[in-house]
Ligand binder design. Sequence first.
Ligand code: PEP
Length: 256
Amino acid sequence: MTRKKLIAGNWKMNETIPEAVVLAQEISNLADPAALDAVDVAVCPPFVDLKPVKTVLEFDRVNIALGAQNVYWEPAGAFTGEISIPMIKEIGCTYCIVGHSERRNLFGETNEGVNLKARALIEAGIAPIVCVGESLSVRDEGVYLDFVTSQVRAAFAGMDAEDAVRAVVAYEPVWAIGTGRTATPEQAEEVCAAIRATLAELFGDDVAQQVRVLYGGSMNEGNAALLLVQPDIDGGLIGGAALKAVSFIEIVKAAR
Ligand code: PEP
């Protein structure tokens, strides 16, 4: 089964509105329409940038999707400071990152919350990009496959095959995020293959073969090709390199 690769840029807490507009314009100008046909591409700016970035992408008629970096699972109500799924859907998000390690480690996001968010997003027709990944100490203890696959089991709990097939998983070893220390293609492939095997166990091989499993962690234009050629790596979630239009577009080209 050939899965279309997905390259998603996680802009994190970067770019004011004017800066975000410039970055979106640069990405749009550099993007080759043929590459955007061959590869799914998404950008995930901060909430306040979503609308202005969407306006740029629409104006340029460029085939780049919009994603949010987080969301709350309740549709509306007394949840001060939160953003709902109907809100991001109305703006035009078709993806939403959930369970990024920064949210888990800095903001107390739990496996249970990740599961609630992923299920609510799927229900609303938005693809969750479910992030999983181990810390360096878990890797050094040698239990990283158990750790990551248990995060996958928790994130997909209560879903049926029809739901699961609409999710994306991003394997992001915490020790590789923003550190410049990328997992080797073999290390990344080992865990991405284990994630797919877990999905096969939960939902059957047909579903597992359809779900895209991305790698994230210091992916850049220099190392992307070797990672993206691995059989179980179906794209990348890109942090730092997504803030440089040239680098981001080079990664998109490497995914073709
Ligand atoms: C990320 O934050 O999802 C990420 C992969 O960051 P970086 O590419 O900077 O390591």
